[in-house]
Design a protein around this ligand. Structure first.
Ligand SMILES: [Zn+2]
Length: 330
């Protein structure tokens, strides 16, 4: 029953396109150490794995332990994740990661403890289901509104991963023959609501003379990309281009998420991701309103929430993977 390590702290790593977030949590899931490193853009998977190990080591030291004293380390990764083999193939948004890489073995060697891999969006959804805004419910849809739009599904208390790639809600079609998506297809929800697409459209409109402070704010902050905080600031200033693009994003999310809801009929929708967390409650409600015209059962819309675990949800969710099998919820 109680394994020798069941009370030991656990590690969790959220591997993102721009940052690696590592946490160490105690048995009660409270964060007792954390570190954030930029995701290397050169050196391929080996360099990314080394940066993940460095972030995890720093978080562990902050928690007052060495990494080999952790009960295990969970990883939420983009791309095609094979938890049994410990491999990740074609991790999107990570440069030079097209092929298969044995991330689990690499981390185990660097950290001296077991590594458990999972899908980034699904572990964040599981964290909200078990520890966050989804606790009162048996079914939910996690909508992660950031660089892209990801989705995680819990049905009747269990994660639904399909054959491995369920929950790709960003590629629900909201306009036949519409804008080109990062995936190469036309009219996906992500082509209107994903931050990468919104930035592309903002740059295009700016070049054509549209009035906006988005890029001025970006430069003031010493950034090269339109991060969530920049959109937030521009909206607060009633920037016309930012307002227009965000309005279109909300419309697209309304249509796309409502279409998913028409299929799944979940009790609640939890909105997370960089933009979702940054824009908060008011925008979760706006998405709910934008869903209404497209909901088949519009008399019973799902409850709308913002991800309660915020920015750390992905890493905390990853740490759930490192629980001893005897206490892991099945
Ligand atoms: Zn797409």
């Amino acid at each position: 029953m109680s394994g020798t390590n069941s009370g030991a702290p656990r590690g969790g790593i959220d591997l993102g396109g721009t940052k690696i977030q590592a946490v160490v949590v105690g048995p009660d899931h409270a964060v007792i150490g954390q570190a954030r490193h930029p995701t290397p853009t050169e050196g391929g998977p080996e360099a990314v794995a080394a940066a993940m190990a460095a972030a995890m080591t720093e978080a562990a030291h902050q928690a007052g332990v060495e990494t080999d004293a952790l009960a295990g380390v969970g990883v939420g990764s983009p791309g095609d994740v094979d938890p049994k083999a410990g491999t990740v193939t074609s991790a999107r948004n990570l440069t030079g990661w097209e092929g298969e890489f044995a991330l689990g073995a690499s981390l185990q060697e660097a950290l001296g403890t077991r590594a458990h891999l999972g899908n980034d969006v699904q572990v964040a959804t599981d964290a909200e289901f078990e520890l966050g805004a989804g606790r009162p419910y048996r079914s939910l849809l996690g909508v992660f509104w950031g660089t892209g739009v990801g989705g995680g599904i819990v049905l009747d208390g269990r994660p639904w991963t399909g054959r491995g790639v369920a929950g790709e809600i960003g590629h629900v079609v909201v306009r036949i023959g519409g804008e080109r998506c990062g995936c190469g297809r036309l009219g996906c929800m992500e082509a209107y609501a994903g931050r990468a697409s919104m930035e592309r459209r903002a740059r295009h409109a700016h070049k054509k003379g549209a009035k906006t402070d988005l890029f001025k704010i970006m430069e003031e902050r010493g950034r090269t990309r339109l991060m969530s905080g920049i959109w937030d600031r521009a909206l607060r200033r009633n920037d016309p281009l930012a307002t227009k693009l965000i309005d279109e994003a909300v419309e697209a999310l309304g249509a796309g998420v409502a279409s998913v809801q028409n299929v799944l009929d979940v009790e609640a929708i939890v909105v997370g991701g960089g933009l979702g967390v940054r824009l908060g409650e008011a925008f979760a409600m706006r998405i709910g309103d934008a869903m209404l015209p497209h909901l088949f059962d519009d008399l019973h819309p799902p409850a709308m929430h913002v991800a309660a675990l915020g920015d750390l949800g992905g890493a905390i969710g990853a740490a759930l993977l490192a629980r001893p099998a005897s206490v892991r919820a099945v």
